[in-house]
Design a protein around this ligand. Structure first.
Ligand SMILES: [Ca+2]
Ligand SMILES: [Ca+2]
Length: 259
């Protein structure tokens, strides 16, 4: 390869690397984090104000959003405030959701510090995590919980083996990763992953969905969250057309020089 072509390939490599960097940066800078929160600075005893995006629970699970707390117990995951989701003795559930418009193959990522009290361990679905249609809240791509026997269950899919790393009365990092259309998601607790059956592999006609956590089951279920960041990440797809175009251009140049 001539020195000139060598330089050209160097430039091409730099351009491709730059294209990759641009995609990675766009994921974090171009609005693809739908919502995040660490609950610091939010009003104690009131619903949180998302640090990025907006928290929603409209028309879903009856339906307050939960409260920011600085209670000494269970204490903070980080900072001095965290988030409490409660279900009282009536029908008041609490949930926290981020809404987004989904397309097939979108990659959804949720992560949060989660504190599950031991007194929920033998209750039916004291909490649920799901991705539900906004127009039809009963229609869900993902919907999981634990039952009173301690088995993990997915809506319409029966029991599955959840992460063996689940502990009670302690903060743990939970992550949910799902490719829209896939038959399973991945739930990771403190770095230990398990496959989670998807309830639906096709999207509704209306692409508006909400991802969130909510309380359910018997009275007095309460769980805590902190450092939800990011809730939803929809990475840009690779741009093969751009890369292919650059390669074609470079190849034409090189072959042109050789003739
Ligand atoms: Ca906040
Ligand atoms: Ca906090």
């Amino acid at each position: 390869m001539s020195r000139r072509n060598s330089v050209l390939f160097g430039l091409l490599a730099a351009m491709l690397a730059s294209a990759n960097d641009a995609r990675a940066t766009m994921v974090s800078l171009n609005g693809s984090t739908i919502a995040s929160d660490n609950f610091e600075g939010d009003t104690v005893g009131a619903p949180p104000v998302a640090d990025v995006g907006v928290w929603s629970n409209v028309n879903f699970v009856n339906r307050t959003i939960g409260e920011v707390t600085n209670a000494a117990l269970p204490g903070a995951s980080s900072g001095s405030q965290y988030f409490s989701l409660f279900k009282d003795g009536s029908s008041v559930y609490q949930g926290i959701f981020a809404e987004m418009s989904l397309a097939s193959s979108d990659l959804i990522h949720f992560e949060s510090m989660v504190y599950i009290p031991l007194n929920t361990a033998a209750e039916n679905f004291p909490w649920q995590i799901g991705i539900a249609s906004v127009a039809s809240p009963g229609s869900r791509l993902i919907n999981i919980w634990r039952n009173a026997s301690g088995l993990w269950e997915a809506q319409g899919m029966g029991a599955f083996a959840g992460p063996a790393s689940l502990l009670f009365d302690t903060w743990q990092k939970w992550e949910l990763d799902f490719v829209v259309g896939a038959s399973a998601a991945t739930l990771t607790i403190n770095g230990v992953s398990a496959s989670v059956p998807a309830t639906n592999t096709t999207l509704n006609t209306n692409p508006a969905y909400r991802l969130g956590v909510w309380t359910n089951g018997p009275a007095d279920n309460q769980i805590y969250l902190d450092n939800i960041t990011p809730v939803v990440e929809v990475p840009a797809v690779p741009e093969p057309s751009t890369a292919a175009l650059l390669l074609t251009f470079a190849a034409a140049f090189v072959f042109g020089r050789r003739r």
